[in-house]
Design a protein around this ligand. Structure first.
Ligand SMILES: Nc1ncnc2c1ncn2[C@@H]1O[C@H](COP(=O)(O)OP(=O)(O)OP(=O)(O)O)[C@@H](O)[C@H]1O
Length: 708
């Protein structure tokens, strides 16, 4: 069954089963015998129909700041059978049917396959035919108007790429290629210089020539021996080769010499399929500048040069190492070539997918794709010349090239000429806006894709997504906020409790003072023991150790300082009342040593039992409660363990509660004391005079305090 692969001129490629007649209404090449001149005319006409440069060069490309989408133009060239192939008796399996269709007839009578391209040129076409059919003059015109144009050849090793671009290899060094065999490049140079002469405006031409050999960029025009150059990227220039030499051209001769120099320096080797096989990809670029004052404002540092570009790329041929018999260095070169061509093919495939085109094209995968990025997916105008061998032995590689070329002609670019920064400032802004809109559209598209992906997540994937970092961060923020509130709540509770505690302590203090005064006046209780400030040196009077834990602690009648517990005659009674039945009241407190006294030695007769920890603790209880402030430790707030509405418990809460109880007890004492006190006249003087005889002779009295 026959079929036709229609890459389409800007449309999508499709497989058609029309067989024999592929769109042009023409018969196959076998049915019609056309002369070379007719074919050439047809090819040119076909190119013109597709927006050929030989018609109106800028007809479709200068419609706006961002030109319309333009497909890569593809021309197919079938070289004639080589002498070696004819010697081996190999069959030709390719036939041109019409000017745009190639018919592939597999050996052994398999189904025929047809491919359509912008132009198809068989082995009988001359170099001039090819030049004209490719419409390179149109590209030249566009380059003169500031567009960036690229011509590149592609195909299997030995398929005629270098021949198509530069003609056959020179017979000897310095011997130029005969004019009739000159390739597209020499013909374009001639045409361009001729065109420039007739322009009537000064035009500057510069040229650079580089090769990518084993993934290294080398300057073929370098003054010394070529060394690897870095490929950089900038927003203004895209990918470019740093320190690449661009030679200013005085005339056609200089350019021809420069081409010969580069060709002679380019790496090539012999293998089974080609005696002069190029081992590198070569890029010769012509920079065209029109130097009228309006068109060519001075270029500032970092700005891309204003002007057109015409770039010729001779790709190294893809090769099957088994077929070429490459070993050692040749094999390494072949691997590097194949890798970079694979990267190029991958980019082309992705560029075909409108969705992928908006996202990421891996141009950075190789030096070749970096340097062709603008030609393939950017703003350049691009022509691809696919070269094939007609031999049946090369059929697999030929089919691969044909498919590659079919895909390539569906890739589109948006050609745009660089604008003069002076003359076109408003348009420059307009371009910026358009670029931003484009970026916005691309980002929106990516966002939509992400949303689509997210909506397609399975349950477990969704659960994972919920547990991801973002979710955790949100949880932490909520937890943090909750803890902050809880901390502030705890702090205010603590402050309230402290205030309450302070007020209660003051009340206790006052009540104790009043209670103590009442006891002084009660008959039957006997005189109060002497104030220690009477019996100890004055400085010790106010340096008394912890206060009596008895809540009825009384004051020194002289200095009004609180008396220590041993001096309190009612301690035991009140201690029981306040501390409970377990209070140490087994022996009179007055008989006990003061709490700050050194502990008596164990076993001593005067020490009935060792002072226990609880003695110390209970003796100090009230004093501590009155003097110390309970503190809320500001640690990280633990999660509340109680019921949800339980208010947080302060460490000081129990203390306050005790204090309140004791205060209540004190109030009761005060009440009863007052009731009893009302019936008893005060004996203050007597108490004092009774105390004085107990004073030791050498006892000193703090006269200041007495006076007070
Ligand atoms: N159209 C043609 N007419 C006559 N000879 C040709 C034609 N095309 C190619 N040749 C010859 O075929 C041989 C291989 O061509 P060429 O070196 O151009 O192939 P290539 O594709 O560049 O190979 P490689 O990728 O290995 O460099 C050369 O000797 C060349 O002169």
């Amino acid at each position: 069954m026959d079929g036709c692969w229609d890459g389409g001129g800007g449309g999508t490629g499709r497989w058609s089963r029309q067989s024999q007649r592929c769109g042009e209404g023409e018969g196959t090449g076998r049915e019609r015998k056309e002369t070379g001149a007719e074919l050439t005319a047809c090819a040119e006409q076909a190119m013109e129909e597709r927006g050929s440069p030989d018609g109106d060069p800028a007809r479709s490309l200068e419609q706006g700041p961002e030109g319309p989408e333009t497909p890569i133009q593809v021309v197919l060239r079938v070289r004639p059978m080589s002498a070696a192939e004819l010697r081996r008796g190999e069959q030709s399996v390719l036939h041109c049917s019409g000017t745009r269709t190639l018919q592939v007839s597999p050996p052994g009578g398999g189904p025929e396959v047809a491919f359509r391209f912008g132009a198809v040129l068989d082995g009988a076409r001359t170099q001039e035919d090819v030049f004209r059919a490719c419409g390179v003059r149109r590209l030249g015109e566009l380059a003169l108007r500031g567009f960036s144009c690229t011509v590149f050849t592609f195909g299997q090793t030995g398929s005629g790429k270098t021949y198509t671009l530069t003609g056959p290899p020179p017979q000897a060094e310095g011997v130029p290629v005969p004019a009739g065999l000159a390739g597209i490049m020499q013909r374009t140079f001639s045409w361009l210089f001729d065109r420039v002469q007739h322009l009537g405006a000064p035009v500057t031409l510069r040229a650079s020539y580089l090769e990518i050999y084993n993934e290294q960029v080398r300057d073929l025009l370098s003054l010394g021996s070529p060394r690897p150059l870095p490929v950089r990227w900038s927003k203004a220039r895209g990918f470019y080769v740093e320190q690449l030499r661009a030679v200013e051209l005085g005339g056609l001769e200089a350019l021809t010499e420069l081409l010969q120099l580069g060709l002679s320096r380019r790496r090539s080797s012999a293998h089974t399929l080609n005696q002069a096989s190029s081992r590198s990809h070569a890029l010769l670029t012509l920079y065209i500048g029109c130097q009228t004052s309006q068109q060519m404002p001075p270029v500032g540092p970092g700005e891309p040069p204003v002007g057109g570009k015409l770039c010729f790329v001779d790709l190294a041929g893809s090769e099957k190492v088994a077929a070429t018999g490459s070993r050692g260095e040749l094999m390494l070169e072949a691997n590097s070539i194949n890798r970079s061509l694979l990267a190029l093919g991958h980019c082309i495939s992705l560029l075909l997918d409108p969705q992928r085109k908006q996202s990421h094209i891996p141009f950075r995968d190789s030096k070749l794709t970096k340097l062709l990025a603008d030609s393939l997916g950017g703003r350049g105008v691009t022509l691809m010349v696919a070269c094939v061998s007609p031999s049946a032995q090369c059929l697999p590689e030929t089919l691969s090239t044909l498919r590659y070329a079919s895909r390539a002609q569906r890739v589109t670019t948006r050609p745009q000429a660089p604008k003069s920064p002076v003359a076109k400032q408003p348009q420059h802004l307009e371009t910026d806006v358009l670029q931003l809109q484009e970026e916005n559209r691309r980002l929106q598209f990516q966002l939509d894709q992400m949303k689509r992906k997210a909506s397609g997540l399975s349950g477990s994937q969704m659960a994972w997504a919920q547990r991801n970092l973002y979710g955790m961060l949100q949880e932490f923020m909520l937890e943090n906020e909750r803890l902050r509130k809880e901390k502030s709540h705890l702090q205010s509770s603590r402050d309230l409790a402290r205030n309450e505690q302070r007020v209660l302590a003051q009340q206790v203090h006052e009540l104790e003072r009043r209670l103590s005064a009442c006891h002084h006046h009660q008959p039957g209780l006997g005189p109060a023991p002497p104030c220690p400030c009477w019996v100890v040196p004055a400085p010790s009077c106010h340096a008394l150790p912890p206060l009596c834990s008895c809540p009825c602690r009384h004051l020194c009648p002289l200095c009004r300082a609180p008396l220590a517990h041993w001096a309190c005659p009612w301690r035991e009674r009140h201690l029981q009342q306040v501390l409970g039945p377990e209070a140490p009241g087994s022996r009179p407190l007055s008989a006990r040593p003061p709490p700050w006294a050194p502990p008596c030695s164990p076993g001593s007769a005067r020490c009935p039992r060792e002072r226990s920890h609880s003695d110390w603790t209970q003796t100090r209880v009230l004093a501590e409660m009155l003097t110390e402030e309970e503190e809320v430790v500001p640690s990280a707030p633990p999660l509340p363990t109680g019921p949800p509405n339980t208010s947080p418990v302060l460490r000081g809460g129990a203390g306050v509660q005790n204090l309140a109880q004791r205060l209540e007890a004190l109030r009761e004492q005060i009440g009863s004391s007052l009731r009893r006190g009302r019936s008893q006249p005060p004996h203050r003087e007597g108490a004092r005079s009774r105390a004085r005889p107990g004073l030791p002779a050498e006892g000193r009295v703090d006269t200041r305090k007495t006076a007070a």
